[in-house]
Design a binder for this molecule. Structure first.
Ligand SMILES: [Zn+2]
Length: 243
């Protein structure tokens, strides 16, 4: 079964209920992480996936709340006595991802985050299509953080994950008519969330990256009144969708 699971729906804020940013994609037998913010490797366990089963991590951008659990993730691969990594791990991200990974390895030391028995393969992605484990993904620039949203099609449905994004034309184009969108609702206002729903008509919009409490019924009513046909949901950690 293929699933999309929100591992972390929070931000840099330290909160009981929400870890930082991450979405787990299970596409047939391939497990892919989109972002890896703080607390997320623990959530991965709760979702029933061992760290070594993740062979692909796509990073939207390099703010700590999207990348900081790369350190425990890579260290577990290299040094776990219970379940060390034996396969390569592929890291994808906007230009600069190689510098990030090299920087972490330099900071912690060559052997802290990897072993010679497998490789960390880094893929710098400019905008457009790229392949992750034989799946076609698309990267779209969503300013202002040098951020790449991720979009893909699976069984004739389209999915879009924004990472960090302000409200602008690029975001509207990115979410237009998708079946399921996971959006950064922390950097935009309630009115902009409603605008996004109305102007994109995305079938289901899940509000994530939450800096503040949102009121689903209120947002939904407002959007409905302005002609939105779909559903607005407030995300929570470990919320999942069958794809
Ligand atoms: Zn963020």
């Amino acid at each position: 079964m293929s699933m999309l699971t929100l591992l972390g729906t929070g931000t840099c804020q330290l909160e009981y209920e929400r870890r930082a940013s991450s979405v787990l994609l299970e596409l047939d037998t391939t497990c892919i992480l989109f972002d890896c913010g703080h607390g997320v490797v623990q959530r991965l366990l709760e979702a029933g996936v061992r760290h070594y089963q993740i062979e692909h991590i796509v990073l939207s951008h390099f703010h700590p709340d999207h990348v900081s659990d790369l350190v425990p993730f890579l260290q577990a691969g290299a040094w776990s006595q219970r379940d060390p990594r034996s396969t390569d791990v592929h890291l994808y991200g906007p230009p600069g991802v190689r510098q990030l990974v090299d920087g972490l390895i330099q900071l912690y030391g060559e052997r802290s985050l990897r072993q010679p028995t497998y490789a960390i393969q880094v893929h710098e992605i400019t905008e457009g299509c790229y392949t992750v484990a034989s799946h076609q993904f698309e990267a779209a620039s969503l300013p202002p953080a040098g951020n790449h949203g991720l979009r893909f099609t699976w069984h004739d449905k389209t999915y879009a994950l924004t990472g960090d994004s302000y409200f602008h034309e690029q975001e509207i184009a990115f979410l237009k008519d998708v079946d399921l969108a996971v959006i950064d609702s922390g950097h935009i206002s309630d009115a902009q969330i409603v605008d996004l729903a109305v102007s994109t008509q995305a079938r289901t919009i899940v509000c994530s990256h939450l800096y503040r409490e949102l009121h689903a019924a209120h947002l939904q009513a407002e959007a409905r009144q302005r002609g939105y046909q779909g559903t607005l949901l407030i995300g929570h950690d470990l919320m999942s969708f069958v794809l």
